[in-house]
Design a protein around this ligand. Structure first.
Ligand SMILES: C[S@@+](CC[C@H](N)C(=O)[O-])C[C@H]1O[C@@H](n2cnc3c(N)ncnc32)[C@H](O)[C@@H]1O
Length: 227
């Protein structure tokens, strides 16, 4: 059996083993997203999934899930949905949740562009964006997760007073994001250009990427943008 075949089987087995933590895998790719949004809706029924009506927060681009799993562990009275488009990566995140025995976190293996197919309008209190890919080339600006097109989606999903909470090491991306929040009519609060200036605040959960940048001495920027 070829290496690729074994890899695929291993992938399928891991995906199946984590099934309990997976709410959905994306329909279609980026090209037929619009069609997906119009024809395929599978809105998450929170009460059925979590067995309670606790508040729900969302992380977009969760990577291997270290942040959301620790947040879920610290906040057993809240529910968390984490979104990651790369299948191999979301598997690691789900395995983390399983190891930690977390009942209040679930995952979506979809692109952020498809969020409205799964997340009910006005149902989210906080959206976490941790070290989203900065995509510095101008031609990719619309794909940055803080571009105003995405902010319009987030505004639909957030409750009134809900927040987008962003961390990044990239100053240009941060400044771009601050401009987009303003353009989208989101009020910004608790803006810092050096979150770790006096050492890591105890409330701050350090993500996988954050650890890497802090070890390299890079300042971390953080903002909360309020609907
Ligand atoms: C630089 S990593 C940061 C991972 C993690 N949040 C951290 O701080 O360690 C960005 C992650 O966002 C995911 N991502 C980027 N664009 C996305 C999109 N449009 N929809 C869903 N996930 C996305 C990538 O696959 C990647 O895992």
């Amino acid at each position: 059996m070829g290496q690729r075949m074994r890899k695929k089987r291993h992938f399928d087995e891991r995906m199946a083993a984590s099934e309990k933590w997976l709410l959905a895998r994306g329909v279609g790719g980026i090209l037929n997203m619009k069609e997906a949004a119009e024809n395929y809706r599978a809105l998450v029924d929170y009460a059925a999934v979590f067995g309670n009506n606790n508040p729900v927060d969302l992380e977009i681009g969760c990577g291997k899930g270290g942040f959301v799993c620790e947040l879920a562990r610290r906040n057993p009275d809240r529910n968390f949905i984490a979104l990651e488009m790369v299948s191999n990566v979301v598997i690691s995140a789900m395995e983390n949740a399983e190891k930690a025995g977390l009942e209040n976190v679930r995952f979506l293996n979809i692109r952020a562009e498809c969020l409205e197919c799964y997340i009910p309008e006005g149902s989210i209190e906080n959206i976490y964006l941790n070290f989203s890919t900065p995509l510095p080339k101008l031609g990719y600006a619309t794909q940055r997760l803080t571009h105003r097109n995405f902010l319009e989606i987030y505004k639909k999903l957030l409750k009134k007073g809900g927040r987008v909470i962003q961390k990044t090491d990239n100053r240009d991306f941060f400044d771009f994001s601050l401009g987009e929040y303003e353009a989208a009519g989101l009020q910004t609060e608790n803006v810092t250009y050096d979150l770790h200036g006096q050492g890591n605040p105890t409330w701050n959960i350090v993500t996988e990427y954050e650890k890497k940048w802090v070890e390299q001495g890079l300042p971390i920027h953080r903002v909360e943008a309020i609907k």
